[in-house]
Design a protein around this ligand. Structure first.
Ligand code: AKB
Length: 317
């Protein structure tokens, strides 16, 4: 633990922002380095500008900072990648190889790389989707995550690379905005509920999707990285679950706090993406192999989101 030096790539994104904060709390600011493609960013830990597609620059950051563990979060999410499939594939695959190859060389000891429920497709059982099932993704994001999972397992089996992964559901947090996913509505809805008491949703009312509060997602990410290697029996990616809801259900929960809130529906191209994803996930393996347990259900999530966003609005007003 004492020589641990952690690099978070894609630190300015929705997960990265909160993950850096939590890693710094646990390991100390001096052991965590945040990086992203942006020139500058506001972190309590050291920040380095890095394009993960630049392999030489990535290698140099690892060497210069004696990095031992990497969280590689840089990616194009489902909706954005559909608009630019070529770059989605490039960033999502080459960004992963950039760090897998450095671990293969022995330069870094451990990698976290997130996969997603987007690996599943229309032929997958929609309810209580098991760990091992039919996987035929239809989006470039899903295809890249599924290919990435196979490569993670391959690098582990062939070269002993210690790479760990979970399939994130839709993630909801108040500290940063999501960037281009199909589940983004479940964050936008809170901002609009507080600002205008109305929300026009880009998914239909009955579109149930697996979701998770950000503090649970950060906990899962750190827990899987801290688990003994022998407990990580799946080296592709673990199913991970907390709750499932649809836009009508989250709207009703928000109305318990903001009775005047109303929602309308104008489905766009993201509806077809959501329709091909599972409604609920079975994560029995993550729970039994490395002790995963979530804390937030829908009622707790909505109460916490509204309380914290209200505080932010009051501070900035
Ligand atoms: C997205 O909607 O693209 C992401 C995901 C489920 O991976 N939030």
């Amino acid at each position: 633990m004492s020589d641990t030096r952690i690099l978070v790539i894609g630190a300015c994104g929705q997960v990265g922002t909160e993950l850096v904060e939590e890693l710094a709390k646990r390991h100390g600011n001096e052991r965590v380095i945040a990086s992203d493609i942006r020139e500058t960013a506001n972190f309590d830990v050291e920040y380095v500008q890095l394009d993960v597609l630049d392999r030489e620059a990535t290698r140099k950051v690892m060497i210069d900072h004696n990095v031992t563990e990497v969280y590689q979060l840089a990616a194009l999410l489902s909706a954005t990648a559909e608009k630019n499939p070529e770059f989605g594939w490039k960033l999502n695959m080459d960004g992963l190889f950039s760090v897998l190859d450095l671990a293969k060389e022995g330069l870094i000891k451990k990698i976290f790389w997130p996969s997603s429920i987007a690996v599943f497709g229309p032929t997958t059982p929609r309810e209580n989707t098991p760990q091992n099932t039919v996987i035929e993704p239809t989006t470039v994001y899903g295809i890249s995550k599924f290919a990435g999972e196979r490569w993670c397992e391959y690098y582990h089996n062939r070269w002993g690379v210690d790479v760990r992964s979970v399939r994130y559901p839709g993630l909801i947090g108040y500290k940063s905005l999501p960037g281009g996913g199909t589940t983004d509505y479940a964050v936008d809805i809170f901002h609009q509920a507080l600002k205008t008491q109305t929300y026009e949703c880009f998914l239909g009312p009955e579109t149930s999707l697996p979701m998770m509060y950000m503090s649970d997602a950060v906990k899962a990410t750190i827990d899987i990285m801290h688990a003994p290697a022998a407990d990580i029996k799946i080296r592709s990616s673990y199913n991970l679950s907390a709750m499932s809801f649809n836009p009508a259900e989250i709207a009703r929960e928000i109305q318990k706090h903001i009775p005047d809130f109303s929602i309308s529906y104008e489905p766009d191209f993201r509806q077809a993406i959501a329709d091909n994803w599972p409604a609920s996930i079975n994560d029995a393996e993550a729970r039994s192999h490395w002790g995963w347990a979530h804390s937030y259900d829908l009622a707790k999530l909505v109460a916490d989101m509204l309380e914290n966003l209200k505080k932010q609005i009051n501070v900035s007003a």
